[in-house]
Structure formats: C-alpha cells, structure tokens
Write a protein that binds this ligand. Structure first.
Ligand code: AMP
Ligand code: ZN
Length: 479
C-alpha cells in the first residue's frame, strides 16, 4: 500500500518514495533532558511512534531506521543543575531514564538509535569547520555564527522571508553578529559550564547543529523523513536545513510536523495550573493506553485538546475492547499476533497521511462486528496491535491452573446462561409464531440489555453472542 504524507516543505501530500528501495530512514527531534516530559511532548512521541509502526508494517521491521536524539547539553539543563546543586550528568541521566520509562508506558517503541548530543561534539566541530571553510559561517570572540544570508533558500520551509523574520522575531542582537539573523553554531563556556576544546576555544555547540551532525552521522547525506512538533519549524528546522544544505548534504525529503496540544482549550502553562506531565497522569491511575488513545484520536496536523471528557471516553472504549478480547483464549502469544492480519481499512487510514482518528473509528466498527462474530477476534487484536493498543490477551499455553479454573468457571457461567437464553429464545419464537411481534421485540431488547447480542440469520434462525456488557444476573432475572 502506498503511504502518502503531508510534506511541510512542499505544503502538499505526497507519496513516500524511499531514497533506497524498500528502506526508510527517519529523524525526529527528541527531548531536552532537564525535566519530566509533559503531555505535549508525549503527543509528538505518539505521532511519530505511530508512523514508525506503520512504516515497519509496510516495509518490514528491519527496513526502517528511526533516529531520535536526546539534547543533553543546554542552558536549561545547566540552570537546573546549578539550582539543585547536582552534577549535570546526574540530571541528564535521570531525566533520560524518566523519558524512556514514561514513553514506554504509553506504548512508544524505542527508536533504533537514540544519540545523545554530548557524544557527537567532535562531529559537530567538524561540520562547523566545513561551514567556515565554505564561507557560510564565521568565528568571532569565541563564538561561531551561521551566516543566514549566505543561504538563499533560508525561510523556505516555514514560508517567510529573512526580512519578515527580522521584523517579526525577537532576535538576539549581539555586538559580534554581522547580521541580526545569524545564529549560533558554537559558543564559549566559562569554567562552571560544560565545554569542549575546539579551534575557537573551550565552548559548547548551539542547539541546531546537533541535529544536522547526528542525522548525517547516523543516516547519511540524505534520508526520507524528518519530524518534530510544528513549534520547531522555525527557527530550529529552518536552521538545520541551512546548516546541512550548506555542508553539501541533501538532507530530508519529507518534513512532517505535528500540531500542538492544549488542555481544555487553553495553552498548557504552569501559571494557568493546567500543566501536567505524563508521569502525573500515570500516577493518578490513568493507564498509558488511555493517554495513547486520546493522542491518536485527533489527526496529528490538527491542534489537539486534552480534555477530561476525552480521557473518560477513551477509558470506556478501551475497557469494552479489552473485555471482548478477554473473553477469548488466543492460540497465539500477543507477540505472535501478526500485524499483517490487521484490518485493511485500518491500514489504509493510517497510510493516508497517518489518519489515526479514522483508523480508530474503523477499529470500533470492527469491534462491533467481532461482538457478533468470533472469527473477527484475531483481526481486531492485530489491528489494535498495529496502533499500539493491544490489551492483555489470554494465551492458552500461558494460563496457570488457577486461571484455567477461572476460565472454566466463566465458561460454566456461560453454559448456564446458554440454557437460559435457549429457553428465552423459544418463548420469543412462540411469540412470533403467534404474531405477537411486540412481545418478540420486547424479549430481544431484554436480552440485549443483559448483554446478549442476537444476529438474524434469516429464515427465522437466530444466533447470539455474549457481548462485552454481558451480565449473568440480568439474564437470570429473565428466566
Ligand atoms: P522540547 O523538549 O520542548 O524541545 O520538545 C520536545 C518535542 O515535543 C518537540 O518535538 C516539540 O515540538 C514537542 N512539543 C513541545 N510542546 C508541545 C505541545 N504543547 N504539543 C505538541 N508537541 C509539543
Ligand atoms: Zn532537531
């Protein structure tokens, strides 16, 4: 199936045509590690995790290379270390692990490579040297600055001219800059700040150069997809492009940006008291799958609102799905449920610029079919696995004595229930034969209220299933 993606650079949807046949490479800007990830950060992670899963489904797990960096050198990190009187490395290591744990909890697969900026400083220095040599950068007072006006296409990604940007942006006017738009590639460090030796003295890299250097080291001169939140389009991605193109690299073919997340209609901010982290939610008992579901229920290119209502709806839908799948004992372990068995409509929705809300609604329709037809259970499970929402399913060989016992009891409840349903259906049949359709309808409704789903097989034949809301007590009362 062809995957089409919206490319910010061309402002249009285009088919993904990998540079190397049958292989896909993707770079996504990762977190600056100084604090817990908030739910806005989680949105970007879930969006690109969904894309990663779709690409693996289409091209094969080994054919996709996903790189997401950790920015572990940054003034915000230095400030936190100073405020807490702790070493920087302790802060970055702790925060990196928090991030990995929290993202695993919301079902995000680990990227293939997770480079830390501090491990690539020599590569950044080399790239900066090359930019100076080619006349795209200059060293002054221990700084190295990128000469924005030396790159004619600057501003193309975000659709602004350099002059507009100067007028609109709060650019830092420093005396050593040749032009106010020039941005930092390298800056000096004092004795209390992390620093590396370089041709321009002891210092540290600017933020933008790390992604250009790491993408080049890990993916080469060209790669297929570059992603991030749309707050990064300008200046971060504009600067990444300028650096990489001027270094002679083709860089990314498709630029993808997720829209921002808000909370109850308002920008998330600490001062409004509506700021929360993924860990806050998990600690409140919100399951990671619920967080993921809410993230996927809005298209990634639309602003998304985190609301209590959506959280509750997600919880309800997931509970229904997992209850239904829990009624079934699978002959396959969850890890062996193949996503290739996922519903084609679900895959097609995702392949159309990652339309996850449509994929979820198709899963819902599939759930409605599966309620009546056990033959659909595996397809439902595979589709849920594809979107990273597969609940715990029961695998026959993994069940303990106790569980098998419980399962037997459950089956016992169901076999007693079958007897009752059989009697009630007889009554219904009789009512129909007597032409009392009102009573027949009434009986059907009572059965449905007890969670029994009737399917009309034609010619007066009915089959039924125990739905996820099956309530033995309610059925007993109908006897
Ligand atoms: P940061 O650590 O702030 O640089 O952000 C890490 C990632 O999260 C980037 O891809 C950002 O674009 C993304 N991000 C930050 N805030 C939000 C938000 N409110 N909604 C969606 N994505 C966000
Ligand atoms: Zn980046």
């Amino acid at each position: 199936m062809t995957i089409t993606l919206y490319n910010t650079a061309t402002r249009s949807k285009q088919p993904l045509e990998p540079i190397e046949d049958g292989k896909v490479s993707m770079y996504v800007c990762g977190p600056t590690v100084y604090d817990r990830a908030h739910i806005g950060n989680a949105r970007a992670v879930v969006v690109f995790d969904m894309l990663f899963r779709l690409l693996r489904h289409e091209y094969g797990a080994d054919a996709v290379t996903y790189v997401r960096n950790f920015t572990d050198v940054d003034d915000k990190i230095n400030a936190r270390a100073a405020a807490e009187g702790r070493p920087i490395s302790e802060i970055t290591e702790e925060t990196t692990q928090w991030f990995l744990d929290d993202m695993a909890a919301i079902g995000a697969l680990e990227p293939n490579e997770m480079p830390r900026a501090t491990a690539y400083v020599p590569h950044m220095v080399k790239m900066i040297e090359g930019l100076i040599e080619k006349g795209h950068a200059y060293a002054v007072e221990g700084h190295v600055l990128f000469k924005v006006r030396s790159y004619a296409d600057y501003g193309k990604l975000s659709g602004r001219s350099v002059d507009d940007m100067i007028a609109g942006a709060r650019v830092e006017v420093a005396p050593y800059k040749e032009d106010p738009m020039d941005f930092v590639l390298w800056k000096p460090s004092d004795a209390d700040t992390p620093g590396w030796d370089s041709p321009w003295g002891r210092g540290r890299p600017g933020w933008h150069i790390e992604c250009s250097a790491m993408a080049y080291e890990l993916l080469g001169e060209r790669f297929d997809i570059h992603g991030g939140g749309n707050d990064l389009t300008f200046p971060h991605h504009e600067n990444e492009i300028a650096q990489s193109k001027c270094a002679g690299h083709d860089f990314a073919s498709i630029w993808m940006h997720n829209e921002m997340l808000q909370v109850e209609g308002k920008k998330m901010s600490k001062s409004l008291g509506n700021f929360f982290t993924v860990r806050d939610l998990l600690d409140q008992g919100v399951p990671g799958t619920v967080i993921r579901f809410v993230m996927l229920s809005t298209h990634y290119r639309k602003p998304m609102d985190w609301t209590e209502k959506k959280r509750a709806e997600a919880e309800k839908a997931l509970a229904k799905w997992s209850r239904l799948l829990g009624l079934f004992v699978f002959d396959k372990r969850p890890e062996n449920i193949a996503v290739s068995e996922a519903n084609q409509g679900v895959v097609a929705a995702l392949a159309d610029d990652l339309n996850a809300p449509l994929a979820l609604s198709r899963i819902h329709a599939l759930f409605n079919q599966a309620k009546k037809d056990q033959g659909k259970y595996l397809e439902l499970a595979a589709s849920l696995k594809l979107v990273g929402l597969l609940p715990k399913v029961r695998y026959r060989k993994d069940m303990s004595e106790e569980e098998i016992e419980r399962q037997k009891e459950e089956s016992q409840v169901q076999s007693e229930a079958r007897e009752i349903v059989g009697q009630i259906l007889e009554r219904r049949k009789a009512a129909r034969e007597l032409g009392d359709y009102a009573l027949a309808d009434d009986i059907r409704q009572q059965l449905e209220e007890a969670g029994i789903i009737l399917t009309d097989r034609g010619a007066g034949q009915y089959s039924y299933n125990f739905g996820p809301d099956f309530d033995p007590a309610k059925l007993e009362a109908l006897k």
